[in-house]
Design a binder for this molecule. Structure first.
Ligand code: PSU
Ligand code: MN
Length: 305
């Protein structure tokens, strides 16, 4: 039984052998406000096309798992209220009930692998939250990276997370964390994190070869590609640190927990930076879309195992 539907554009790309890049939808429904979410989603799709690949935005709509959305579906999702946030745990229930939900990094990886898509571009992955020693709040994105063979291009993990703990969990789970073009791990809105990246690669070709080599070795799981935001658009880490601290305190004060934490913090930081965090967020996603398209093209030129 096929449990997903390919959009006409993705079916055509597959038939023609055009490389495909998966895109998540939680960033649309829970990561950015309307209408910037829709504008960004369209711009990200166009950036993938301009770089020689076809974008497959992934979401569950009325019980169907869509690999690739039409522009009308994208618009519907961007305006919809009360859309569920779907991670690995939630997808099957949402589909069985005929519901509508946006896919997180974890759920998008699952869908991409089902559809034979090897590369996925996003903004930032989920990770270990600050205070996780009490809350146990660790995103399912981390476990997904250890078991689903998709290369995820992100701008590092968001500085709202506990980055050292996030890196430890990724290491324990055997997930390669590969910085692009610098030795330091980037921190989403900032190029610097103060943490040395475990691995570094400087070209799309090397990243593609490493992806294939994992499969050749019989290793399950994907790769996290940490692509620094372009310098012209970054918010320096020392500017952000007090803002993140304030947003985190506010989340505590308001008793925000579980799935609500990441969307709350993103919204609060948007307010506290007077929109600057959103501009940076948009630019880093576009930058990741460019690199992901290049990796997908390189993978297309390599033999499948
Ligand atoms: N990073 C962003 N915006 C987002 C997210 C991450 O800049 O909207 C979303 C992604 O979909 C990611 C999810 O997979 O948040 C992580 O949520 P949680 O920590 O609840 O697993
Ligand atoms: Mn969580």
């Amino acid at each position: 039984m096929t449990c997903y539907t390919l959009s006409p554009a993705i079916r055509a790309a597959k038939d023609a052998g055009t490389p495909v890049v998966a895109l998540e939808s939680t960033i649309i429904t829970h990561g950015m406000p309307y209408p910037q979410n829709l504008e960004t989603a369209r711009l990200v799709e166009q950036t993938v096309r301009d770089n020689g690949a076809e974008p497959a935005t992934i979401a569950v709509m009325d019980g169907t798992l869509h690999i690739g959305l039409t522009d009308a579906q994208l618009e519907q999702l961007a305006q919809a209220k009360g859309v569920a946030k779907l991670s690995r745990a939630d997808m099957a229930v949402c589909m069985a009930q005929g519901g509508t939900g946006a896919t997180t990094v974890a759920a998008t990886m699952i869908a991409a692998q089902l559809a034979g898509i090897e590369v996925f571009a996003t903004g930032g992955i989920g990770g270990v939250h600050k205070g996780a020693e009490d809350s146990f709040d660790i995103s399912a994105d981390l476990a997904e990276l250890s078991q689903t063979a998709v290369t995820v291009v992100a701008a590092g993990a968001k500085a709202i997370l506990d980055l050292p703990k996030t890196m430890e969990v990724l290491e324990t789970n055997g997930v390669p964390v590969i910085a692009v073009g610098q030795d330091e791990l980037p921190a989403f809105w900032s190029r610097a994190s103060g943490i040395k990246a475990p691995l570094r690669l400087d070209s799309a070709g090397e990243i593609a070869r490493a992806h294939r080599m994992r499969a050749t070795l019989g290793l399950p799981g994907g790769q996290l590609i940490a692509n620094p935001i372009p310098a012209a658009h970054e918010i320096p880490a020392d500017t952000l640190a007090p803002i993140i601290a304030e947003a985190t305190r506010d989340a505590d004060t308001h008793g925000i927990t579980g799935k609500g934490v990441t969307p709350y913090l993103l919204q609060r930081i948007y307010e506290l930076t007077e929109g600057r965090s959103l501009d940076a967020n948009i630019q880093l996603v576009l930058n990741n879309a460019r690199l992901a398209a290049a990796i997908a093209s390189e993978l297309g030129a390599l033999p499948r195992n």
